[in-house]
Design a binder for this molecule. Sequence first.
Ligand code: ZN
Length: 399
Amino acid sequence: MAPKLTPHQVLRKRILSVLASAASGSLGATEAKNRVNDIYGHLWTAGDKESFPSRPAETKWWSRLGTEHARMSEDELLEKHTGEDVWTLSPQGWAAASALTLDGYDRQQELERRQEMWQALLNNGGPTNVERGLLNTLGIFEGQPGFCVPAMTRTPATPDGVAVSFLNTGKHYDDEVTPTGAIYHYPKTARKGRHDESEVNAAKAAFALGLPVFFITTGSPQSTRTVHRGYIEDMDDTQKVLLITFTDGELPPPPTKEELEAAFQLTDDETPETYSLRKNRPNQVRFAFDVYKRYGSECAVCGLAVTGLVQAAHLVPKKDGGSDDARNGLPLCANHHLAFDRKYWCVDTDLNLHAKADGPALDDLAIIRADLSHLLRLPHDDALAKVWTDWMAKQPGTA
Ligand SMILES: [Zn+2]
C-alpha cells in the first residue's frame, strides 16, 4: 500500500489560511507553497515527501498544492489570473478562510501558529534580549499595554479572542516573576467599556484551550525584551490574577472540566486533585498563587490587605518537610510572617491563636484576631497539628 498523503481538503485549508494572512490575500505561487511548507512542513507525511514518477524533481506535497490551487480556482475560491502565477483569494475564498474557525475553534491551527512563532523567535536569536520590533514582526506582541489578543483569534467560539502574550509592565513585584513562572494581574485600566473584561475572557480562552502563551519581560539592555513560553496553569477571578508556568518543552494537556470549574467558580470547598500533569513543572510562584486562591490575600491574623505586603507563609516550614500544598499555608503580612517563623505566635488545632508565654502578647504583636474561624477555608488538620506540637515543645515549662 502506498504511504498516506495529506488529504486535499487539508491542503485547501492550509492554502486558505496562508493566503488570508498575506497582504490583500495574495501571494506568488512559489511563495504561497513555501509558506505552507514553513508553517505546516512538520506535518507532511512520509508519502508527501516522495515524488510522482512524472515529476521526479519535486515532492508530492509541492505538486499537489498546485493541483489543489487549480481545484480552488475551479471552485471560485481563488481569482483566475491570466499570465503571472499569483494566488489570490476571491471574495468566496475570504469567506471560506474566515469560516475555517467558525465551526467551533480550530485549536490545532492556533497551536501550530504559536509553535511557528516560537520557532521563528529562536531562529532569530531569541528568546532572550531580542529587539522589540522582532516581537511585532512575529505577531508575539502588538504594542498593547497588557494582554496581546490579535484580531485573527476572534471567532464565534471565542468572541473576545485568545490571548497570545502578556507583557510584564514593570508594575509587578519581583517575587511574582521568577525563572519558572509568574503571577500576572488582570488588567485594570481607566479605559471605558468592557475592554478589561474582554481581555480577561481572552486569557480564559487560552487557558481553556491549553494553548501556549508568551510572557514578555524587559531584557538587557533595557530596550530589548525576553520572552518566556508557558501555559496558563490556573486563574483566580477573586484575586484577579492568573498563574503562568514556563515550559521549554511539551505542553500539558488542556485543563479538565473540573479544573476549569474550580478556576471560574471558586465556590467548591476543595480544589480537585487532578492537576498532576499541569502542576508537574516547577513554578516558584505556584504556592503563593494557590494560597491566595484558597484563603484570599488578607493577612489571616491582622487583616492587612495591601498588595505587595502580604506573603504566602508555610505552616510547617519547607526545611521540616512542609509541602507546597496550599493547605500547608496561610496568607500573612510580612510582619506576622516573620513573627510566626520566629515562633512569637502560633495557632492550635481548634484555630485559636496563642502568643509565646515569655514574649509579647497578641495585642503587642498587633494581632487583632483571637482565632482563624473567620477563614472560609482552613489549613489541613495535619498541618495544624504538627505546627502546634512543634511550637508547644519549644515553650518554657514543657519537656
Ligand atoms: Zn498581619
